[in-house]
Design a binder for this molecule. Sequence first.
Ligand code: ARG
Length: 475
Amino acid sequence: MAEGGKPMRLWGGRFEGGPADALTRLSVSVQFDWRLAPYDLLASRAHARVLHRAGLLDAAELERMLGALDDLEQACRSGAFRPAVADEDVHTALERGLLERLGSLGGKLRAGRSRNDQVATDLRLYLRDHVRHIVSRLVELETALMSQAEQHAATAAPGMTHLQHAQPVSFGHQLLAHVHAIARDVDRLRDWDRRAAVSPLGAGALAGSSLPLDPQAVAAELGFDSAAANSMDAVADRDFAAEFLFCAAMIGVHLSRLGEEIVLWASQEFRWIEMDDAYSTGSSIMPQKKNPDVAELARGKSGRLIGGLTALLTTLKGLPLTYNRDLQEDKEPVFDAVDTLLLVLPAVSGLVATMRVNTARLEASAPDGFALATDLAELLVRRGVPFRDAHEAVGHLVVWCQVNDTILERLTEADLAKISPHFAEAGAEALAVLNVQGALAARKAHGGTAPDRVRDQLVALRETVDGQAAWASGS
Ligand code: ARG
């Protein structure tokens, strides 16, 4: 509450009565937008300097203003200054803090700016900062996946389509497939950052200011690439928030896929990995259980990330220019997405970094389900047989194996010769392709699962990820 116990509002001048309680409760956003305070203070400092350069604050006033802003920042950080119930939003609370420190001089800072350009600026500053934290956490996940991939570049595993055994792959290759997806997420955030680097400050309520301000100087001081070219667009645009939420939702979808795979891998049916105790949970009733809750929560959290994107797009649809109070609804989904990612990513990275891969089990099951059938068909193709005929011959062979309760790797040359003259002609060569390591090594073209290609991928990815880490830390 401000002096005299009257709620502090930034717009009371023309109103006789106070607002209804129901309006106040609906309107208030300080309970969630308070986290913008450090960014609002940054923008206030830049604004104070520009007012000084415009001759609207003299040198002594600027010095007192900056001193009070520093003091207020300290007080916010220590918790000595807190938003009051009666502060409508973060801007109101901070103006109160400034007035408490400066008296009427505090009222000069509002010249030439509006909460409309302020809030859009604050949210961009907040997000550009937090996107860098998110990228650091994504880099940790990429690193954990790459370390496992390095150890398992030559570990054969059942490669699947339709969740059915399809062809053997290097388990490292499969892990790196997840890294590529996350690397694209990082790339998307960096690309997002380029478009988010535009400062709305100077747009005022919607039309710019008649005061001689310098929006480009303010933009530069706040680390933006430029000031908005159109003041109406500046206060109305929330593309940056929606785009960020899309990036977050896409990360959520990638984490849900990885989470789902880990749930499968840790199951009794697969037994591909064992989760570390530190990253798995027990059951309150079944003493033997070890549950993949981290992976399941990663999968589950994608729902709220997608929900946040949907909510904001729905809010934005059909809004007329320029600022409308609907836009206050942009913040909670954005904050929730940031919190969710910063919560879930370290847990998933820990799970991946500490999981123990059951190499023997993976290698033993890699050829299951006649997974080498394609290798046999491709051998015939190399010997000049049309693929259509080769496919059919191998199909017959698979049925023969099923009827005789055997597997491809146990066949003899005589068995093969019975099925098709193509096999008879291929002779020992046919038997030679029926081994998993050979099948992996043969897929040696760019992007293939041959262990040597997987190691090449790792070299290239490490360079990419190093660049991402450097970007996130600002170097
Ligand atoms: N709390 C508001 C928001 O988040 C700040 C801007 C309010 N502007 C206004 N003209 N009522 O959007």
